[in-house]
Design a protein around this ligand. Structure first.
Ligand code: ZN
Ligand code: ZN
Length: 96
């Protein structure tokens, strides 16, 4: 991982969960780095510049109490609710 990539990933992580922003209008919910098109296999995995930040409830496990849908649990519902990965990437890049 190159230095510029690491710096970029740090900025994305500092911004916080992009789906929380769509859901609540607030940035800075701590989260994890999610690779765009992660589900399509390593061969097609996008580079370090194509990452977004998602909290656990928006990344791995649906959170019924907080009404969060996780990208890895229910991608179609996630995309219909918050926007697809490309839209969330654009939103991220416009705000870092
Ligand atoms: Zn979130
Ligand atoms: Zn992920």
């Amino acid at each position: 991982m190159k230095k510029a990539e690491r710096e970029h990933v740090n900025r994305v992580a500092e911004l916080g969960c992009v789906a929380c922003y769509v859901q609540s209008g607030e940035w800075f919910t701590p989260g994890e780095i999610h690779h765009i098109r992660e589900g399509q296999g390593a061969a097609q995995r996008a580079g370090w510049l194509e990452v977004i930040c998602l909290c656990v409830g928006h990344h791995r496990h649906n959170d019924k109490v907080a009404k969060k849908i996780a990208v890895h649990a229910a991608y179609k519902t996630f995309a219909a609710t918050y926007g697809d990965e490309r839209e969330l990437l654009a939103l991220t890049l416009n705000n870092i």
